[in-house]
Ligand binder design. Structure first.
Ligand code: NDP
Length: 331
């Protein structure tokens, strides 16, 4: 075991108050696991904002290294699927909540949680995708499983300027769907059009309590917002339509009625990325490798140093971050 030190962002809790600091740790400090990964990049998702801010008490034990995603190189493996030098990705599985995550130079974890990094992506590109992008692909896969087809009509994406929304727009447009982007940021219209949105709708249209059944418009939808927005999306789906529901940016409650389900046969598909089975993850990453436009990915991605993520937490929770954020891990 190496005695070299590497940087880690560590969250402690003292007298009920959470605080984060950058410090140097060594292999001996890391939790148990059968694979040791040298982390090359991580990323910043909405959930990372929740972990860093403590806005919802998600962290199960302290001290905790946050970072729900990582990409890097296997340094040591006692797991049959992995050997030193392999390029790997981890998304979710309780990283940053129950198990030390990606905001450190190394991570020791269960090899069952890893997927091979697709050859087409560098570690930074894999993290530009991250949980948000992989979840966007899970949403697209769910819509297609439910029979939502490009020729059937418009598909709505809510929280359009955010991470999941941005990647979902680009993936759906690439598959030939006519995508309508719901956003609270009209200034991002050009950005959303570039990703592939055919038109923009003001998110205020969905934000308040609405009638249980409204004029039918969408054949499918990806909802990252929850609350009244999801209820209004359900109320405006066409007969037999499907919404892939994954997020809570407006709120976790679902103030909806049964009418769209019982009278229009709509489907609400819940999408979870954290404990999604390995086969599903592999399919999502294979499809991302085959389909994602890397120029668009670059256009939706900013890069920040690890030291900056604590300050970014309030911004992502307030819906002020555009697209995706890669986190550089220093040596
Ligand atoms: P982002 O913050 O990047 O995007 C969320 C977007 O939602 C914002 O950019 C904004 O878009 C919109 N928004 C924010 N606040 C509100 C509000 N009060 N009312 C309506 N719209 C709002 O987050 P992510 O894309 O990373 O994640 C989106 C959601 O999906 C989060 O709730 C996250 O927890 C969830 N998620 C769930 C996963 C799962 O496994 N179930 C996995 C990944 C994400 P705009 O300005 O364009 O309106």
């Amino acid at each position: 075991m190496s005695t070299d030190t590497f940087p880690a962002l560590v969250i402690d809790r003292v007298d009920g108050a959470q605080s984060a600091s950058l410090r140097r740790i060594s292999d001996a400090d890391l939790p148990a696991g059968n694979v040791l990964v040298r982390v090359e990049a991580s990323t910043f998702n909405y959930k990372d904002g929740l972990l860093l801010s403590g806005a919802i008490p998600l962290i199960q034990s302290f001290p905790m290294v946050p970072g729900i995603d990582l990409a890097g190189i296997v340094e040591f493996s006692d797991h049959p699927d992995w050997e030193p030098g392999d390029r790997v990705i981890a998304n979710g599985w309780g990283l940053g909540e129950r198990h030390w995550g990606g905001y450190a130079g190394k991570c020791r974890l269960n090899g069952d949680w890893l997927v091979a990094c697709p050859a087409r992506f560098s570690s930074a590109q894999a993290m530009a995708i991250g949980t948000a992008g992989y979840t966007a692909m899970l949403c697209v896969m769910a819509l297609e499983r439910q029979g939502v087809r490009p020729e059937d009509g418009e598909v709505l994406v809510t929280g359009a300027s955010g991470g999941v929304g941005s990647v979902a727009i680009s993936l759906l447009a690439r598959r030939g769907y006519t995508v309508v982007a719901s956003t609270g940021r009209p200034s991002e219209e050009q950005y959303l059009n570039k990703l592939g949105a055919a038109s923009i709708v003001d998110r205020a249209r969905f934000s308040e309590k609405g009638a249980p059944l409204q004029p039918e418009r969408w054949t499918g939808a990806v909802d990252t917002v929850g609350s009244h927005t999801l209820a209004n999306v359900c109320a405006t789906l066409k007969y037999g339509g499907t919404v892939a529901a994954t997020g809570i940016a407006q709120g976790a409650e679902l103030p909806a009625t049964m009418y769209p389900l019982a009278l229009r046969g709509i489907t609400i598909c819940g999408i979870d990325s954290v404990y999604a089975p390995l086969a599903c993850r592999k399919e999502a990453w294979r499809s991302l490798e085959a389909e994602l436009d890397l120029d668009l990915l670059a256009a939706m991605t900013a890069t920040v140093p690890l030291a900056d993520v604590v300050e970014l937490a309030p911004a992502i929770l307030a819906g002020q971050i555009r697209g995706r954020v890669v986190v550089e891990i220093p040596s």
